[in-house]
Write a protein that binds this ligand. Structure first.
Ligand SMILES: [Zn+2]
Ligand SMILES: [Zn+2]
Ligand SMILES: [Zn+2]
Ligand SMILES: [Zn+2]
Length: 569
């Protein structure tokens, strides 16, 4: 059938949005109606159902042990520690309920959700070793306060990671080791205080460099060595300068951070961040992808649209999907799901293979399920109750029909027929803890007005034993005694402590101790990242129109792809 572009009004924000002809073919292929929310509203709704970063302590409802978890202690959701949740003595069908065709289906789904035990952390627990203080993580060992990570080892205070090793304070990292306080590194080693660098070694305070070794403060360089602020030095001069900079002291680092920040801004930025292995992509932070439209922070994405945070390749034929990938195909309106899923719709927290399921949450290694939650290795279940294949198929169609006749209507009057992701008021997390707040921060008033859950941010109440301003300046001046101290952050009212492994890494990398708490350090890194919002703009060189995620407020020089390639050195 021939489709045409169609304009619609978003049920949520009331703005007009476009559904392209191709989108309709996708909807037809997976047999869903066209969306009623615009793409940004759909993205924020999905993001509000994930919580990688906002962790708390509470006790396991089964064994009583204190555990780190993504749920606040006052949240009425039932939470099990990881060993209890992953134990083989239950599979979720114990909580199964009969479908009642006189009431909206999603209302019954919520009742089931509230009865079932949730895992403390959204993690592949059985693939982890010594990662108790992490979340959204798999196949890793010896990591601490790191979130959204796969295949990592000895990593601290970092997130959105794939194969990171022996590093602290990183964001969006692929195959990188021995690095510190950087954003967007790939295939690199010993990169510090840098942004968007690929295949670099011993690089400091640099952005958008590729294949550089021994450089400081460089921008848009390719395959260079012994360069400082884009000026070429001899090897001897370079190492002389390096000593003068005193990079093992906090004062030395702060001086260069300030200098590099203004130098970075004085030079052109590419219209979007990606690598030459992309083919026909649109969005930002896209790598090794093809036919990826309006995507954000993705690696190895193909034939997909409105897809975000694919940190492990691949993801194919996805629409309205966010992370983390690792071999998923045909996914629509799913969040924090990955690991070999196929043909999944309207679901969150599903992984470890899974086929043909809809309206599922935290369903692991299961196929052909509808409206299930906290279920393990089961098939043909509806609301966690098992049926024969024939019964399942018949009841599924009945429910879809009922969802359209008698839809769930949320507290803001928004209608949730079949084809809609879960209502935001069903999220297990207050908006401030959710992944949505990282990229679309909202005030209490805004969040409540838009129907998101709210609880205030938590400020920790430790009493400091040392002021951040009094921490030793150089890497030579501290020893393990500092592990006993509670340090007050120089940037906010929080206090923080150092851990042994982290301290060992500062020593190994010859770096000074940070005087900001991990949260302030992360906020600084995030301030260097473009948010997933597109702006209509112009190339600052050739004046060609372009769509970019660089915010015009930042007043950067944005170059189109062609002009940028002519400009890089
Ligand atoms: Zn909207
Ligand atoms: Zn337990
Ligand atoms: Zn702080
Ligand atoms: Zn241009």
């Amino acid at each position: 059938m021939e489709y045409q572009n169609e304009n619609k009004t978003c049920q949520n924000c009331k703005n007009d949005f476009l559904i392209e002809a191709n989108d309709f073919s996708f909807y037809e292929k997976i047999k869903v109606p066209a969306p009623t929310w615009c793409p940004p509203c759909r993205m924020i709704r999905r993001l509000s159902f994930g919580n990688a970063w906002g962790v708390h302590f509470r006790n396991c409802e089964k064994c009583g042990v204190k555990t780190l978890t993504m749920y606040r202690p006052e949240n009425s959701i039932k939470v099990y520690c990881d060993p209890c949740w992953w134990a083989d003595n239950w599979d979720g069908t114990e909580y199964g309920i009969d479908y009642d065709n006189t009431r909206p289906f999603l209302e019954q789904w919520l009742e089931l959700r509230n009865k079932t035990p949730h895992f403390a952390k959204d993690a592949l627990y059985l693939t982890l070793k010594n990662c108790d203080y992490t979340n959204a993580i798999a196949f890793s060992k010896n990591c601490y306060m790191s979130f959204w990570a796969d295949y990592c080892e000895n990593v601290y205070y970092s997130s959105l990671l794939n194969e990171a090793k022996d590093s602290i304070d990183l964001f969006r990292i692929y195959k990188t080791e021995l690095s510190y306080d950087s954003v967007g590194l790939g295939m690199s080693s010993k990169v510090f205080y840098s942004l968007e660098c690929d295949s670099c070694v011993d690089v400091w305070f640099s952005r958008n460099c590729y294949g550089c070794i021994n450089c400081i403060g460089c921008v848009n360089q390719r395959g260079k060595s012994y360069m400082i602020f884009n000026e070429q030095y001899s090897r001897e001069e370079y190492f002389e300068k390096l000593k003068e900079f005193k990079l093992n002291t906090r004062s030395g680092i702060k001086a260069l951070l300030e200098k590099s920040e203004s130098f970075w801004k004085s030079l052109p930025y590419r219209e979007y961040q990606g690598n030459p292995k992309n083919l026909n992509v649109k969005g930002d932070y896209i790598f090794e992808s093809k036919n990826a439209k309006d995507c954000y922070m993705c690696i190895g994405v193909e034939d997909s649209k409105y897809t975000q945070f694919v940190s492990v390749p691949k993801a194919t034929n996805c629409m309205d999907y966010y992370g983390w990938g690792n071999g998923v195909d045909l996914i629509y309106e799913c969040t924090t799901s990955g690991e070999g899923l196929q043909n999944m719709k309207f679901s969150f927290g599903c992984f470890a293979n899974g086929l043909d399921s809809e309206y599922c949450g935290f369903v692991i290694g299961s196929n052909h399920n509808f409206g299930c939650v906290n279920l393990k290795r089961k098939k043909y279940c509806i609301l966690n109750k098992e049926y024969s294949k024939e019964e399942y198929e018949k009841l599924r169609l009945e429910i879809i029909e009922d969802m359209n006749k008698n839809p769930y209507i949320d507290s803001k009057g928004r209608v949730f027929k079949y084809g809609e992701f879960f209502p935001s008021e069903f999220s297990m997390f207050p908006y401030v803890d959710s992944n949505a707040n990282k990229f679309f921060p909202k005030t209490k008033e805004e969040a409540l007005k838009e129907g998101y859950n709210w609880q205030d941010k938590i400020i920790n109440n430790y009493t400091k034993t040392i002021d951040g301003f009094d921490l030793p300046d150089s890497s030579e001046e501290f020893n393990d005694e500092i592990l006993k101290e509670i340090v007050s952050c120089v940037g906010c009212e929080n206090c923080f402590r150092f851990t042994k492994g982290e301290l060992d890494l500062y020593r190994k990398l010859n770096l000074p101790l940070p005087d900001n708490c991990p949260k302030c350090r992360e906020s600084r890194r995030l301030s260097l990242v473009n948010m997933p919002i597109s702006f209509e703009s112009q190339c600052d060189n050739c004046k060609k129109d372009l769509t970019t995620m660089h915010n015009p407020k930042d007043q950067k020089n944005i170059y189109c792809e062609k002009c940028y390639q002519q400009e890089v050195y």
